[in-house]
Design a protein around this ligand. Structure first.
Ligand code: BTN
Length: 335
């Protein structure tokens, strides 16, 4: 899984993408890669087998004319602007759960950070062990694996910080931002566009393994959901009425997640976290109900506190904080 040196296929794709819609000469590619033109051609054949198409014109060179329809590891890597040597990506056609696969790889001693992305999950999971609908439908199922060596107490903020970063990335990418529903949902107009599932393994008093799982509804069609999700789920494409380039988006997501992780670990995230959260908080000021164990508390959402707990001003006028629980939006009273 290690990819500190870019493979020739990725370098070729990078060059072709950088020159679009123009051509790149075979000689220039050969020089860049330090190999013969025949060897370049052989690597291009490998790319053809992955669904890429090229126009080859004598004296001009090659031009990209087609690319794989869905996720492509080569395209994701080629779109990434910064290649940090110590990150690797594995794209699978099918897996039980990308979170489980990432945990297995960590347990087997794989170098972190890395990401596992799948076209389809057979046992995609959400919070409380709920099923995460994970067909091969143009949506993204991704897990990022780290070895942070942090105190467990700091983890409360991790998913919140990651969620705010993912929202900002989507806002920049789609020019429309989802809202965050504490602690792990991304919503468009009250419908779920994504969810996060962070799982950690402890070593005495430190976090040894950390997996940040993200399910994002990217390109699934409006009529493609099973009956029970039809009115609750939405994809970015459905919301914006435009298909999203899932490979370009995933490349940007990887960059953003790695950067957010660094800022989390070194503590610099604290400078921007509150602003970022407040910008995307979908609940603040709205009537909510919180299910915490056997209790159901209703009131007005007041945002989050310094520790990432959800703050509610109850209907009786008290301020209550929740470290865990499930929030639902209540209907705004008429009047
Ligand atoms: C939730 O809303 O409860 C969280 C959903 C998280 C789903 C993602 S999809 C990728 C990763 N693999 C999983 O099995 N779950 C997460």
């Amino acid at each position: 899984m290690k990819s500190s040196r870019l493979s020739p296929e990725i370098v070729i794709l990078e060059e072709l993408l950088a020159c679009e819609p123009g051509y790149v000469s075979g000689t220039a590619l050969a020089k860049k890669l330090g190999m013969s033109r025949v060897a370049v051609w052989q690597y291009m054949e490998k790319l053809r087998e992955q669904g890429f198409a090229f126009d080859a014109v004598r004296a001009r060179g090659y031009k990209l004319t087609g690319r794989p329809a869905g996720l492509s590891a080569a395209l994701i890597q080629a779109y990434r602007r910064e290649h940090t040597g110590d990150f690797s990506l594995k794209l699978l056609d099918e897996v039980d759960s990308t979170n489980d696969e990432a945990a297995r790889q960590l347990a087997a001693g794989h170098d972190a950070p890395f990401a596992i992305i799948a076209q389809r999950q057979t046992k995609g999971r959400g919070r409380f062990g709920r099923v995460w609908h994970s067909e091969a439908n143009g949506n993204l199922y991704a897990s990022f694996a780290f070895r942070p060596r942090l105190e467990p107490a700091r983890m409360q903020m991790f998913t919140l910080w990651m969620g705010a970063n993912v929202c900002e990335l989507i806002a920049n990418f789609c020019r429309t931002a989802p809202g965050l529903k504490w602690p792990n949902d991304l919503l468009f107009d009250g419908r779920k566009a994504g969810g996060m599932l962070t799982e950690a393994r402890m070593d005495a008093d430190q976090i040894r393994d950390l997996v940040f799982g993200l399910g994002l509804n990217i390109n699934s069609p409006a009529n493609g959901w099973p009956h029970d999700l039809a009115t609750h789920a939405v994809s970015l494409a459905e919301h914006t009425r435009q298909p999203l380039d899932v490979n370009r988006f995933t490349a940007a997501l990887i960059g953003r997640v790695l950067q957010a992780y660094e800022r989390f670990v070194n503590g610099s995230y604290q400078k921007t976290f509150a602003d970022l959260w407040n910008r995307y908080d979908a609940l603040r000021g709205r009537p909510v109900a919180v299910l915490a164990g056997p209790h159901r508390i209703t009131g007005t959402a007041m945002g989050i506190d310094d520790e990432g707990s959800f703050v509610v001003r109850t209907d009786k006028g008290r301020s209550e904080r929740f470290r865990a629980g499930e929030v639902t939006l209540e209907k705004t009273p008429k009047g």
